[in-house]
Design a protein. Structure first.
Length: 659
């Protein structure tokens, strides 16, 4: 029995929709295969299915053989023809839980500072700011070495039983982790994905076949995981490439269970210790006692890596990307690290240690002295209130932002919601998130930025073309306007959330008036749909980010279309100066204080002020005490920044108001 169809699932059989498809296939006794372009794979293996790379609008055939073949084909074809397959109401709730706990901070890398390593020190990527000195805690799990032995058929049978038992142990450990309250929400998704792999027919089945042909179980698992990881690694899809690590992590856990060993655990890390590792896998990280970790030093990882995001979100200073040189730190007793400059010193000499400690002390003193400004409402000399708001990317950061004295949110980066999940977030989940955000800051405004992703950041469920210049490519509002199936659920969610507080919405990467008009037309369409369906909603103010030179040049016209401007100096600087914000070699040019950029900011402010709309700033420059006076003179009345900078900015504004 077989039938062909065109796949309508929005995300294709990628990530979550693939897992769901496999679950459905497994509910039938029949053998089921899916065929694409002449290649057939078992529909009961999510690994095989993901590697087959079935995309939306491609033709596939479902083939089944067995007692319930007709039902199986019918159900699976129905699944493939449903655009929203793989994303149901259950997901909306679980996603919300995931998201609540999601570790997140701006994913965009700040330009690594060019700081020379102290004598005898190492330099890596400054991935999470702060200075730390602490006991070294080296985490280099030993390599697992299989025995070189060939099993007789009888031994092989016994080995398969042993292997099956080890797989069950690993699955049970993961189930336990999933059931535990302590597992941070964002990490739950990671563990769930590993749990799926630990039950996958490809990994388990291929290893079993090797054992049957005489291989030792540990050797079979290592070989199978390596082969699969290589397959994931070679696919032209960054999301699938990242699954290679997951396969290796699961393989390692099965091997350890076979050897009756526990992995070197991070659970015993002493309070304030500096974690040194070549890499920290998702599985380890999800179980690590982050509150106890004083700093992180890693051979792998960059400013946008998983570890960096988690470190920033938990305020842990981190230096990553040291490469093979990280092993020089293995025997260190003590580490001094500078997460601002990206330097690490093993067993620092007294003078180096004293210098680091004095910077830690200074930072603590400064924090303390600034505390009195937290609850101040800063005003310009003429009495105009200057809103000092927070840049955040997850609900988890609300508490810290409120505690820091944020007068609302000037930039909520919604892409983080999309990036750390196995699937696109549903409209309900988004509506809940934005509503929770609005409620937390009411009556202050929360400015939610619509999805701003591009070819440089993988998102499960969105196919990005290979681009020579992703920063000049299909990103931000450009992508959203082409994908109303992704954009409209976000807009509807925002309209629904606006009932619960002071929600404003801004569009990223605008370079043409038509983009604003098209977005507004979609908002109107969404509002009409909600009204028709009797779903409560409220209109929100619409603004644009000014982060392209084009937007600056048409600012007077744009100002007539929108309610506010928010200047995105991170991108505006790179585009005005034609200097890649991620490339340290042109870091000196990437300077917001360059007259060219300051003129662009002044032109924007003038256009906004003359049109009578609010002009704010949410790029990193908004927090610079040296530039704040200039921004206020230009007429900016809102500055949005990371919560840690809020009291310092308020202090600066108060001083200016008195001057
Ligand atoms: C900016 O470009 O200044 C900005 C705030 O957006 P992002 O850093 O997220 O690109
Ligand atoms: Mg930007």
């Amino acid at each position: 029995m077989e039938r062909s169809t065109i796949v309508r699932v929005h995300e294709g059989l990628h990530a979550r929709p693939a897992t769901r498809f496999v679950r459905l296939a497994k509910s039938f006794e029949s053998e089921v295969e899916i065929v694409k372009a002449g290649k057939a794979v078992s529909a009961k293996s999510s690994v095989k299915l993901m590697l087959l790379g079935v995309k939306e609008n491609q033709e596939v055939t479902v083939r089944a053989n067995g007692a319930d073949a007709v039902e199986a084909v019918e159900a699976l074809i129905g699944y493939l023809e449903n655009p929203r397959a793989g994303l149901d109401e259950d997901d909306a709730t679980s996603e919300h839980k995931e998201m609540n706990g999601e570790a997140a901070k701006p994913v965009v890398a700040t330009t690594p500072m060019q700081v020379a390593a102290p004598a005898g020190g190492l330099r890596g990527v400054a991935a999470s700011e702060g200075v730390a000195v602490g006991q070294a805690f080296a985490h280099f799990p030993p390599e697992i070495r299989p025995q070189a032995r060939t099993l007789s058929p009888e031994e092989a049978e016994a080995e398969i039983v042993r292997f099956g038992h080890a797989v069950k142990v690993v699955q049970a450990r993961m189930d336990k982790a999933l059931a535990s309250e302590g597992l941070a929400g964002g990490d739950r998704g990671i563990v769930a994905a590993l749990r799926d792999l630990a039950a996958d027919d490809t990994l388990i089945g291929d290893a079993e076949a090797m054992i049957r042909s005489g291989s030792d179980a540990v050797a079979a698992v290592i070989a199978t995981a390596a082969k699969l990881a290589a397959e994931f690694g070679s696919v032209d899809d960054p999301y699938l490439n990242a699954r290679a690590d997951d396969v290796q992590a699961v393989g390692r856990q099965i091997c350890l269970a076979l050897l009756g060993q526990d992995d070197v655990s991070l659970e015993d890390i002493p309070q304030g210790a500096i974690l040194i590792a070549d890499d920290i896998g998702a599985w380890d990280l999800s179980r690590a006692p982050l509150k106890r970790i004083g700093g992180i030093v890693c051979g792998h990882g960059g400013a946008t890596s998983h570890i960096a995001i988690i470190a920033r979100s938990h305020g842990i200073p981190a230096v990553l990307g040291l490469g093979a040189r990280v092993s020089e730190l293995r025997t260190a007793k003590e580490i001094a690290l500078d997460g601002n400059g990206g330097t690490v010193v093993a067993d620092p000499a007294d003078a180096v240690k004293a210098e680091h400690l004095s910077r830690i002390e200074e930072a603590a003193k400064e924090r303390h002295a600034l505390d009195v400004f937290k609850d101040v409402t800063p005003k310009r000399a003429d009495g105009t209130v200057i809103e000092v708001a927070a840049n955040i990317g997850s609900l988890e950061e609300i508490e810290a932002a409120l505690a820091a004295g944020a007068m609302g949110v000037g930039l909520f980066r919604t892409e983080l919601l999309f990036m750390r999940h196995m699937h696109l977030p549903s409209e309900d989940m988004q509506a809940e998130t934005y509503a929770a955000l609005a409620r937390a800051f009411a009556p202050h405004p929360v400015i939610v930025r619509t999805l701003d992703i591009g070819g440089d950041k993988p998102v499960a469920g969105i196919e990005f073309p290979e681009e020579e210049n992703p920063f000049l490519g299909w990103r931000g509002i450009r992508m959203c306007l082409d994908r109303p199936d992704i954009f409209k659920p976000q807009l509807r969610a925002l309209l629904r959330a606006a009932v619960h507080g002071n929600v404003k919405v801004m569009l990223p990467m605008v370079s043409d008036i038509a983009e604003v008009r098209r977005a507004r037309a979609l908002i109107d369409e969404c509002a009409a749909e909600l009204a028709r369906d009797g779903v409560p909603f409220a209109r929100f103010q619409l603004g644009v980010m000014i982060e392209t030179p084009a937007a600056v040049l048409i600012a007077p016209a744009l100002a007539r279309e929108v309610s506010f401007f928010s200047i995105g100096t991170n991108d505006l600087t790179q585009y005005v100066m034609a200097a890649d914000r991620l490339n340290p070699t042109v870091g000196a040019l990437n300077d917001v204080a360059n007259p060219a950029v300051m003129v662009a900011i002044a032109m924007t402010a003038k256009a906004g002020v003359e049109a009578g709309i609010m002009v704010g700033m949410c790029g990193e420059a908004a927090a610079r005490p040296d530039l704040i006076p200039e921004f206020l003179r230009m007429g900016l009345t809102e500055l949005s920044m990371s919560p840690a900078s809020i009291s310092r900015a308020k202090k600066r504004i108060v001083e200016l108001g008195k001057a």
